[in-house]
Ligand binder design. Sequence first.
Ligand code: KG4
Ligand code: ZN
Length: 352
Amino acid sequence: MSTNILGIETSCDETAAAIVRDGKEVIKNIIYTQIPTHTLYGGVVPEIASREHVLKINQVIKKALSDADMTWDDIDAIAVTYGPGLVGPLLIGVSTAKALAYAKGIPLVGVNHIEGHICANYLVDKKKDRKNPSSQDPQDDVKPPYMCLVASGGHSHIVRVDDYTKYTIIGRTHDDAAGEAFDKVARAIGLGYPGGPKVDKLAREGNAEAIEFPRASVGDSPYDFSFSGIKSAVLNYLNGAEMKGVLVNKADVAASFQQAVIDVLADHTIKAALDYNMKTVALAGGVAANSLLRETMKERAEAQGLSFHCPELIYCTDNGAMIAAAGYHEFMDGRRADLYLNAVPNLKIGER
Ligand code: KG4
Ligand code: ZN
């Protein structure tokens, strides 16, 4: 018998719901993105995000169920992100999930957003929906233990995935998250929000060796990150050029910045995998959608005899399917949330 989980995600600027079978097969994945709204302000405005979640959450959930041709009787549990994230947005998802679980008499599971990103690695599209079945061969399945780089707008961690619900943090950022650095540099070169995909695109037209930006290491921890230095170096470079009246090649800045960040992300993750005797490395989080990061990690991992895995692009940025996948494993472990479940904006990886 299969287990269907409804996953709900509202921690930032995506209102999302998905139905996933057995922690793996995505039956339906509905995402309402608020990006066009927040673009007007150059970044996420938490109060506006909360309001949009309130307006959209019921529609998104109903659509997931109706597009899947399912009713509430087909749902075995509701999984919802309860942290980390913005408190207002998180509360919309948590309150909705609690109300539905209570009204429909369905078990509720609270999910850590970052663990959700990691569990995106287990997702495959429902067979008949797969556009390119060969890209998702079952033998590509990733199974713990493995070393995972989680890089998003709010987080940059190297995590040893010991089991489907067991995580150990090996490395972390001391300041900015990788995605945050992408967003800030994008703003500085006039690309707008969200910066990651725009830098990714522009960088393809630039020379990654044009400008030498620093590859920062942090003290005696070979697995930790610091991205504020790279970001400042880019800002200094832009200011310097402006003072001298020199025209800046934005594509070169984007390419050189991106290369510096990716060198550090890839090197530290592969070192961690080798030092901890892992056979597989994986990627997760919004920055995992970066085309150069995906290529570089694959090349460098395979050069070291490691196998490499990353989620399909649509499951890298925020979505409900990854929350359903993480929720499935928590559910199978017997974990249940009660109606006192609350938003925890600073929830840590592995915290229960
Ligand atoms: O995981 P996510 O959707 O939200 C958080 O949990 O933060 O990640 C969003 C972040 C943003 O900083 C965005 O600029 C970055 O992921 N991002 C990218 C790319 N696509 C999204 N960064 C680099 N290259 C991309 N292609
Ligand atoms: Zn996220």
